[in-house]
Design a protein around this ligand. Structure first.
Ligand code: AHR
Length: 334
């Protein structure tokens, strides 16, 4: 922790008591300190990071990126896995405040309901960085910056590809949509961007839309329901690869050929998704990069040093067709 003099001012007894308190405060999710564990007197920046969970391949790659980048940058990471529950993230953030970490970063599971805990961090003078997902707080002073993708753009790029793909259609094109976690920024924004893009062609209609919670199991289960309830499905738009991969099982079990009988569009471009695209089971992927770790650590260092940072740091991304996926797969890192 970059607070020189803290050790001598408090004295050993106080440090020991603080350490015991901190260790007793764990238990809101799965926590680990990723190494040196907050040694008093260390000059390392201490970052408390609350992760959404481990719901998808994207999330696993994101966690790896954050952990590796922290090690690389010499930042001590206190990592908490919230298991996709907002209450766990709020507890984790409160624990980080009690432990007096230098900086807090988190990827909010949903957009709403953060003002109180963010105010507590601000009152404790601990800067907060949002990573991957945004919050809908009106008070922008509650956090320093937000680094992540433009989810509306991802939805829009997916919709625009579909408009082009189906431009010759003379009748209705029935679309089913697998939404991400209800209330999350990527679910809200991808839905919005996609809807705006397909509105340009009245033949394109979303006939069913439901959350599969960004998981394979959720994608499979909801797709089974969609297939039972809708005799004619032409397109699946899944808000991430994992739900699309789960849906593949349901589609095949229903005797349909994914990528041919049903056009499949997903978001993320993790390896398994890219493989499905290269194999012709998916038709299009809009990329969402999970490799936020190095940029996050740069921001952590800057806000800790009191330097100004941009309000918004946007991730660079692209899109993939099957041919592009084949070319990219051999060097794909995640
Ligand atoms: O917030 C990013 C999204 O969360 C990814 O697209 C999805 O796979 C993950 O679960």
């Amino acid at each position: 922790m970059l607070r020189t003099g803290t050790y001598t001012r408090r004295g050993f007894g106080a440090i020991l008591a603080a350490g015991l308190l901190a260790s007793g405060l764990a238990g809101c999710g799965n926590s680990d300190t990723g190494g040196s564990g907050g040694e008093a007197g260390s000059d390392k920046i201490v970052l408390g990071f609350s992760q959404v969970g481990a719901e998808s391949g994207w999330r696993t790659a994101n966690t790896t990126s954050v952990k590796e980048a922290a090690t690389e940058a010499g930042i001590e990471l206190k990592f908490d896995d919230a298991q996709q529950k907002q209450e766990n993230q709020i507890k984790a953030i409160r624990n980080f405040i009690q432990q007096k970490v230098d900086v807090i970063a988190f990827s909010p599971v949903v957009e709403s309901g953060w003002d109180t805990v963010l105010k507590e961090a601000k009152d404790a003078d601990i800067p907060v960085i949002l990573t991957d997902r945004a919050v809908d707080s009106a008070d922008k002073t509650l956090y320093k910056t937000f680094i992540g993708s433009d989810f509306v753009k991802e939805g829009r790029l997916s919709g625009e590809w579909l408009v082009e793909e189906k431009k010759a259609a003379t009748g209705p094109v029935n679309i089913v949509e697998l939404q991400g976690t209800t209330g999350s920024a990527p679910a809200n924004d991808r839905k919005k961007g996609f809807a705006e893009a397909i509105a340009t062609n009245p033949n394109l209609k979303v006939v069913a839309s439901q959350s599969g919670d960004f998981t394979r199991a959720g994608g499979k289960q909801v797709m089974e329901q969609f297939l039972k309830a809708n005799p004619k499905i032409d397109v699946l738009f899944a808000h991430n690869d994992d739900m699309g991969l789960g849906a593949l099982e349901a589609i095949t079990a229903a005797g349909k050929v994914p990528g041919k009988d049903i056009t499949i569009i997903t978001i993320d471009a993790v390896k398994d998704g890219m493989q499905a695209l290269a194999d012709g089971k998916f038709n299009f992927i809009a990329e969402c990069s999970p490799l936020l770790g190095p940029q996050l650590m740069d921001l952590v260092k800057k806000v800790h040093a009191g330097e100004s940072v941009p309000e918004r740091v946007e991730t660079e991304e692209t899109t993939f067709t099957p041919e592009q996926a084949k070319a990219a797969l051999p060097t794909r890192k995640y």
